[in-house]
Design a protein. Structure first.
Length: 257
């Protein structure tokens, strides 16, 4: 049997790739987690730009901010949106999470409660064959399934399966109320996605005891490659987007929020 050769993606985000040995395995599903305003959207927009620059086809699916706002953010952070859209490398689309929940509902009743449904028509526009999909955010999709957690879980399983079988590398934003990986026990709606995912990147709003807030990032897991296990400072800059300081390990008296 022929052995599959794994290829790895370098994000191009300043400083980020220094934290990962080989890169992000192509076809991975990576969660981008963090509290409100921690930089999840800007992380993904910065990534979108670098992926387009590498000639990859990117679909940014927004369930929160309207398309024009995301385009504006992209421009602010130095992306020539029009150029990439003309080259058919960048697609920024807004979706309605309630529509998705309703379609899944309809598919499930049609399938007579079978667990196998085809999420493609509910998710990725038919004519697009993206290399990278960014979903902003799973939390918005999850809330549209309110009270129907098992449906959300089925949808997620099918979604991950779909992305994997099409070798699409995905980044899925998930808003977390508290830092979830610093020793707290944690049970939250949609938790199932943590073990479905191949990687987890966490963004923190750090509160320092001197009264300052700073930003930080950690790669918590990345299947198939070695990672630097540390929490490092990062920043959001005009014309650049997010940048990571791989050598600035968080020090002093601080609280992760
Ligand atoms: N042009 C800019 N220059 C510097 N910092 C900016 C700029 N635009 C936004 N920011 C900072 O980025 C933060 C927002 O980041 P982002 O929208 O990525 O957060 P988020 O984690 O997606 O939040 P939410 O959970 O609300 O969606 C803002 O709070 C702001 O401080
Ligand atoms: Mg956001």
């Amino acid at each position: 049997m022929q052995k599959e050769v794994e290829s790895f993606i370098k994000t191009g985000i300043s400083g980020f790739d220094n934290l990962i040995d080989r890169g992000i395995p192509q076809g991975s599903s990576v969660l981008v987690e963090g509290g409100p305003g921690s930089g999840k959207t800007i992380f993904c927009l910065t990534l979108a730009r670098h992926m387009c620059e590498q000639g990859k086809k990117v679909l940014y699916m927004s369930f929160e901010e309207p398309e024009y706002r995301l385009r504006n953010h992209l421009e602010t952070f130095g992306t020539d949106v029009e150029k990439f859209e003309k080259k058919k490398l960048l697609f920024v689309k807004r979706f309605n999470a309630l529509d998705i929940a309703r379609s899944v509902e309809a598919l499930l009743s049609e399938a007579k409660k079978e667990l196998l449904i085809d999420v493609q028509p509910v998710l990725i526009p038919q004519d697009l064959q993206p290399d990278i999909v960014l979903i902003d955010s799973l939390s918005s999709i999850s809330s549209a399934f309110s009270g129907e957690e098992s449906r959300f879980r089925i949808y997620m399983e099918q979604l991950f399966r779909y992305l994997e079988s099409h070798n699409i590398t995905s980044f899925l934003i998930r808003e977390t109320a508290n830092p979830t990986h610093v020793g707290h026990s944690f049970v939250e709606k949609g938790e199932a996605v943590s073990f479905l995912s191949d990687g987890i990147i966490v963004l923190y709003n750090v509160f320092h005891k001197d009264g300052n807030r700073r930003r930080a990032l950690e790669i918590l897991k990345m299947r198939g490659t070695e990672i630097d296990r540390k929490i490092v400072e990062c920043d959001i800059l005009k014309k650049k987007g997010i940048i990571i300081y791989p050598n600035k390990v968080l020090r002093g008296d601080y609280i992760l929020t």
